[in-house]
Ligand binder design. Structure first.
Ligand code: HEC
Ligand code: HEC
Length: 339
């Protein structure tokens, strides 16, 4: 009887060990115990005219917070902001394919429904480290993994600008992800404990790398597998599907391959970003040209210099052809059958 009990006990211990090892070496323990969270500090960010101007420029023309944290008329070519929605959030479920219901929260300084009562460091932590004011792991559709490289000064500027927005009372529902995604995303946020100085902008290419990263061009231009992971070897090669009130389009291949934009020069690029037309071809409004059009000449040149340095990837994507299956990115998009 005793021996039987010992064997059973051992068997149970062995099973437990396998389970523990299984979790440790696969998803890890974060889905169960919660994300890595840095405790917020009481630091205050000082508002200066320089920070306000820099923050407004970054938010409105580069990092594009308002693509998500404001409402737009997505049926028009320049996707204009709807009045009285700047920073008040958006129902993101206009975009098809989310694992649940996703809402961009109100980040205006309204005390009841927005960020009015969140501290500067709570905002800083949300933007660069992916932790909401209440400690929850943010769904990485909010591009905090890209924002992670924002310098302390650029981050401070963004927060100063957000604090200057007119408060709008609008309660957005909380994001509700399906099982197991709501637990798995707890592995994504990573705290930052070191100060981040000014980025290296010594060459146009380095400037472009910083801007392209914080602008999140990869979020749309690099195709993903079914779990939101970037497809290997397909950086910036397009084919990511964006289906919503703007229509169903695939992102473009923006690598310098002949199937991509090898024929581009600075003037075609700048014109595309400033007008939404590639020569005579109209770009769909889900491509945020209407945001980037306000980029300075120097930043525009930097972005183009960096894009030209991408590894060429052969991948035909053409939204003017009818969608066909593509064996490279496993999506259905125009030009898919030519890959
Ligand atoms: C692609 C869409 C998108 C972009 C771009 C975006 N956000 Fe978000 N943001 C979201 C979504 C969705 C959430 C909610 C995620 C969740 O709760 O899981 C969020 C959450 C947040 C939060 C956390 C709110 C809280 O509960 O504490 C802050 C702060 C925030 N965003 C600020 C910004 C700022 C500043 C920018 C630009 C630098 C930005 N976001 C860009 C979609 C976006
Ligand atoms: C929200 C998603 C999204 C983001 C973010 C985005 N793009 Fe796009 N982009 C698209 C889509 C979709 C198209 C295809 C539009 C079409 O075919 O009408 C496109 C097209 C383009 C084109 C035109 C290529 C051609 O067909 O000639 C260029 C150039 C481009 N994007 C560059 C960029 C750069 C640079 C960034 C970052 C600074 C960026 N995009 C960020 C979605 C996005």
């Amino acid at each position: 009887m005793n021996r039987f009990r010992t064997t059973l006990g051992l068997l149970f211990a062995a099973l437990l060990l396998i389970l523990v090892a299984g979790i440790t070496f696969t998803v890890g323990w974060r889905p169960f115990i919660g994300p890595r969270v840095r405790r917020v500090t009481p630091r205050k960010i000082q508002s200066t005219p320089e920070r306000l101007a820099r923050g407004e420029y970054l938010v409105r023309n580069v990092v594009d917070c308002m693509a998500c944290h404001a409402e737009h008329d997505w049926t028009a070519h320049d996707a204009p902001l709807l009045p009285n929605t700047l920073g008040a959030g958006q129902d993101m479920n206009i975009l098809k394919g989310f694992p649940g219901k996703v809402y961009a929260p109100n980040i205006t300084p309204d005390g009841e429904t927005g960020a009015g009562n969140w501290s500067d460091d709570q905002l800083a932590r949300a933007i660069r480290e992916g932790i909401g004011h209440d400690g929850h792991a943010l769904f990485p559709f909010m591009p905090y993994q890209n924002f992670r490289i924002l310098s302390d000064e650029d981050l401070a500027s963004i927060i100063v600008y957000l604090r200057s927005l007119p408060p709008i009372p609008r309660q957005q529902p909380a994001t509700q992800l399906i099982f197991p995604v709501k637990y798995l995303i707890r592995t994504v946020p990573q705290p930052l404990y070191v100060p981040l100085g000014e980025p290296d902008l010594a060459t146009p290419e380095k400037r472009g790398k910083y801007l392209v990263t914080i602008a999140g061009c990869n979020e749309c231009h690099t195709p993903q597998d079914g779990h939101g992971q970037a497809l290997r070897g397909m950086d910036f090669a397009g084919g990511f599907i964006l289906d919503g009130p703007w229509g169903r389009v695939a992102s473009a291949n923006i690598t310098p391959d002949p199937s991509g934009i090898s024929y581009y020069n600075q003037s075609i690029f700048t014109q595309a970003m400033r007008t939404g037309f590639v020569v005579a071809r109209k770009l769909n409004q889900i491509m945020p040209w209407h945001t980037y059009r306000g980029m300075t000449k120097e930043d525009m040149a930097g972005v183009f210099a960096y894009i030209k340095s991408f590894k060429p990837v052969r991948h035909h994507v053409d939204n003017n052809e009818s969608p066909t299956f593509c064996k490279l990115c496993r999506q259905t998009h125009g030009g898919g059958n030519r890959n």
